[in-house]
Design a protein around this ligand. Sequence first.
Ligand code: NAD
Length: 292
Amino acid sequence: MTSINKVGVIGAGQMGTGIAHVCALAGLDVVLNDVSEDRIKAGLATVNGNMARQVRRNRITEEQRQKALARIVPAKTFDGFGDCDLVIEAATEKEDVKRKIYVQLCPTLRPDAMIGSNTSSISITRLAAATDRPERFIGIHFMNPVPVMELVELIRGIATDDHTYEATKAFCQHLGKTVAVSEDFPAFIVNRVLMPMINEAIYTLYEGVGNVEAIDIAMRLGANHPMGPLQLADFIGLDTCLSVMQVLHEGLADSKYRPCPLLVKYVEAGWLGRKTQRGFYDYRGEKPVPTR
Ligand code: NAD
């Protein structure tokens, strides 16, 4: 059982659409916000397409899809968030972006409403301090793609109260997810381990130890990873990968977390991976083609 019946989702990108998708399928009402109407529309189209795929694969029925889609309401402003029990912020991985959102969001919420951030790496305690309710603020870190991945990391900030922790844990379980609890340290558990591995794969490319294809085949067949690290980096988004490495580098002050200059270059070029059709692979043709 969950005491959370209505969820606000901020950011209709890869993660926000996935979160809206699983909430709506679990029978919760959802309001979905982004910076523009076009972005929200594109997000809703993604949810629609992903649910249609689930119907084709017999994971859900057409009736479930229709009902779930009807539960997601677009919201251009935070006005529609006034009766949300929980708001999950899944906006761009930049601290100033998230802080500005909380300043606008908090006055529109019920005093008892909880806020979760889907941040991959930023301190929950610090983000919570930008709100009027640090005790009702928590990290709810879904994995990508949300409808497929079973894990959610829950991260308590220094002030997060027991009620918020228990209520959000029950909410994650209601979505069919398994929770792993992480302390509030840079990048938490999954990305603390995963991102340095991806960054090292990019150094391996940068130093010419192997090309894109060789590195990905090596890790798929040699370490039994379902995806190569560069393929995975494209999937996550290279901007997100860079942000996480910067948070690790600054937060732990250890040179082993130095972001690879090649990763910086790809992000500066706007080659952010699948979401911009180009990263370590070029996705504009029928098959992904390595860019190095
Ligand atoms: P994305 O770039 O696909 O989507 C981010 C969305 O946020 C965009 O649609 C953007 O328009 C929107 N946005 C930016 N500023 C906003 C504002 N002021 N108000 C409303 N919306 C705003 O990024 P993503 O991959 O969905 O990542 C979102 C969050 O989830 C980040 O914090 C990221 O670290 C985290 N995350 C990402 C992954 C991943 O694999 N990509 C996994 C777990 C967590």
